[in-house]
Design a protein around this ligand. Sequence first.
Ligand SMILES: O=C(O)COP(=O)(O)O
Ligand SMILES: [Mg+2]
Length: 222
Amino acid sequence: MHSILAGKRLVAFDLDGTLVDSVPDLAVAVQKMLGELNFPVPDDVLVRDWVGNGAPILVERALTWALGRSPEEALQTRAFDAFMAYYGAAPNALTTLYPGVKTALEALHGAGFTLVLITNKPERFIVPILDHFGIREWFTLWVGGDTLAEKKPSPLPLLHAAHACQFSPSECLMVGDSRHDIAAGKAAGFATLALPYGYNHGDPIELSQPDYVMASLLALVT
Ligand SMILES: O=C(O)COP(=O)(O)O
Ligand SMILES: [Mg+2]
């Protein structure tokens, strides 16, 4: 186990861009949604930079790109419903687990750490994805972007998880790929570990000054 885990009891993981490379399926749903509305269709590279603040903001960014201005509420609602239906129909068709994820989760769980999942993704997609990859059993709880009143970068979901599992923030580590994970972790009083391979709106994650950066989750458990 890496020394950053010394004194830690709980490890909180982000999902998109940290455990799973989900952009291929998110992009298909965005492309189908915009196509249905007769708008131009973006490529995966564009969609990648729109992920990170939850599904409503992803849809709003896609519509703003297609329209050249902010969408009105009725269009946003219609597009959001279409996106949710398309993504819900195939959240795992092209999504893959990043290397080392299963090994790291199993090792951490085996070493007695409490593992939780804190994503900005809508809650309804969490279990289908965890089950598809056979990793649900290792998590004590999961929080989606629409589970609580606030999502990352708010510290609220992290503090909720720490409280529910009866650990103090100083006993917790937040692991994520984006500035929102690092900001939420710092605000919650968690230590922060960043993975540079995910989605951070095109910026290097080092700009957020996480406590640690590792190339892969394997480095956490070896
Ligand atoms: O759905 C998003 O926008 C990001 O999800 P994440 O918090 O798991 O990275
Ligand atoms: Mg992420």
